[in-house]
Design a binder for this molecule. Sequence first.
Ligand SMILES: [Mg+2]
Length: 396
Amino acid sequence: MPESRDPQQPGGEPSGQPAAPELPPVLPLELSPAELAAVLDDPATRDRVCLVDVRESWERDQALIEPSVHLPLGTLHALGPSVLPPETAGREVVFYCAHGVRSVSAMSIAHRFLAERGHGVHHLRGGQAAWEAWQLEREARALDQLEQLDQLERDERPPVRAVLFDWGGTITPWHTIDHRGQWTAFAEGHASVAGPRDGLVDELMRAEELVWKRSRAEHTSSRFDEVLAAADVEPDSEATRAGVAHYQKHWEPHTFTHPQVRELWTALRDNGIRVGVLSNTLWTRDYHRAIFARDGVLDLIDCDVYSSEIAWTKPHPEAFRAAADAIGVPAHECAYVGDRSFEDVYGPQQVGMRAIWVPHSQIPAAQQVSHDATPDAVADELTDIIAIVQRWNARG
Ligand SMILES: [Mg+2]
């Protein structure tokens, strides 16, 4: 069964004692923003300097360098260096101001006083303005580096040679399914041959709920006939065949293939890319294929894997490996497309597949699982996948 209801579900050397950190033997009298940042960024040296801001309070309210203490130049000038804040005790003192003029005056006032107490005295060249400009440059450089790394990583990935698709909510538009309705339909069909059976609908609902709970918790698969057996329904009988016919009729409106699928799959195949399906489902291969045939897309599928035929369900890595093996393309050269971020993004990325997320489904909160995976691409329309894969492959 597909996954649009709950089921529409269908990974140096030993350092010994480190030497005590030392500041450079002599910090320059005038520090550039880069030199100051190097001192502040290093946990081994940052506590050995004290920045003293000699601007006015209103300037400090606008922007400041942290950590720093405040002593306006006017106060230092009027009262002398004995008013230096206690935080300066035992540390190299670096004065700074707006542009590096007042900080030079502060140095000249405090130099002798501090030198007698063994302090080094310095100032920040260009002041707060130079500091801010340098910070902006640093951020830009970091962004540049990130982009370069990103590009490098993309360039190193091989082209995509197969795209595998989820079924419910992906190539079949999401529908919220009436759980009880589908089993009521089954029970009606069953009763038309075997007569009514009290409690059958509840038993089937409980049995199905159990297998989907197990699928979500343990990522192990189940089959439709296991659900029937759990509800004491003979899998192969005339009554069951009548029940299945009613059940499938109930499902029919929710099984139609998205109208963009034929265009999408044709374009992918025209680009030399294989097309596959990997679905978490209770239903049989025959039932799924009959749906694809009805909708005129079966001929475009190179490979289809249904969890009802293997031991695992998505997002178990083995489910994705099984699909990669079946389509004959290594996992890292496959992309997977799906609507559930845990099963269909986190899942395939565990085995090195790229993941394209189709964020259109109203996944019930109880079925959502938190994770850190980020899709490699997001497709707002199914046909967007053509350009996504072409872009990846143009880089490769
Ligand atoms: Mg789905």
